[in-house]
Design a protein around this ligand. Structure first.
Ligand SMILES: Nc1ncnc2c1ncn2[C@@H]1O[C@H](COP(=O)(O)OP(=O)(O)OP(=O)(O)O)[C@@H](O)[C@H]1O
Length: 242
């Protein structure tokens, strides 16, 4: 039987008919402010609560800021970091600054996928990570879209090979219907699309599982909210099970 990794995000595992099939690479795709980062951080945090070590690759924000943002939801990763069960791979500072000097996992040049791959492998092995988030993969190929597919495949080979289940954050513009380009969309094992829509002058959040290899899943759009404890999805309001 296929092993599944529980996201632990209220409503999400029901939508996925049990969780994400182990070793899948899942694109978390959406426009600005749709909740991709919070979703991914919640996935890592819930893993830590279940005894599964995790790695967060920060390409968009300073690692200090990442931890501060997580604390807003009550997700204090410091004890896990000290125990060696959680690590941030810093692909943001470029190794510059006082903070970066003390860090264990730093990627100096994000245009060098081999460097990222080596740091990532070391981090996964040392923490024995079962869950990995890359926030965002878009940053790795935004200036060289022709390389997107090959970058995704290199990362997929490594992470799946090491037994990790991973979320790759993919940024799309507000009007874009796609999920991050054909090379990326076909290369990954799953796509969860997060949306924000203005309805009667109010922004409403929803998500839909567009694909998920290895499992059946809800085919409906489901409303969700971001609360002070993170994301809460309402599986039945999308109509499933009725
Ligand atoms: N404590 C909170 N309570 C409720 N909602 C919040 C809270 N903190 C942030 N948000 C909402 O979450 C949004 C940011 O979510 P997140 O950073 O996950 O988006 P994102 O999809 O990663 O965006 P981007 O691609 O622009 O980085 C904010 O715009 C805000 O609407």
């Amino acid at each position: 039987m296929i092993k599944r990794v529980k996201t632990g995000i209220p409503g999400m595992d029901e939508i996925l008919h049990g969780g994400i099939p182990e070793r899948n690479i899942v694109l978390i795709s959406g426009g600005p402010g749709t909740g991709k980062t919070i979703f991914s951080q919640q996935f890592i945090w819930n893993g830590l609560q279940m005894g599964e070590p995790g790695i967060y690759v920060a390409l968009e924000e300073h690692p200090v800021q990442v931890k501060k943002n997580m604390e807003v939801f009550g997700w204090n990763v410091d004890p896990f970091e000290k125990e060696g069960k959680f690590a941030i791979v810093d692909a943001f500072t470029g190794g510059i600054g006082e903070y970066a000097e003390k860090e264990k996992y730093v990627v100096r040049d994000i245009d060098d996928v081999r460097e990222l791959a080596e740091v990532l492998k070391r981090a996964v092995r040392e923490t024995q990570a079962k869950r990995v988030v890359i926030d965002s993969v878009t940053t790795l190929y935004i200036t060289k879209p022709a390389m997107a597919r090959s970058i995704i495949f290199q990362l997929k080979r490594i992470l799946s090979g090491l037994g990790c289940t991973s979320l790759f954050v993919s940024q799309v513009s507000v009007t874009e219907k796609g999920f991050g380009g054909p090379g990326v969309e076909h290369g990954v094992d799953g796509i969860i699309r997060l949306d924000l829509d203005e309805i009667d002058g109010e922004l409403k959040r929803s998500l839909i599982v567009w694909k998920m290899r290895g499992t059946s899943h809800s085919m409906r759009r489901h409303p969700f909210e971001i609360t002070d404890k993170g994301i809460v999805i309402y599986p039945s309001e999308g109509g499933e099970g009725r």
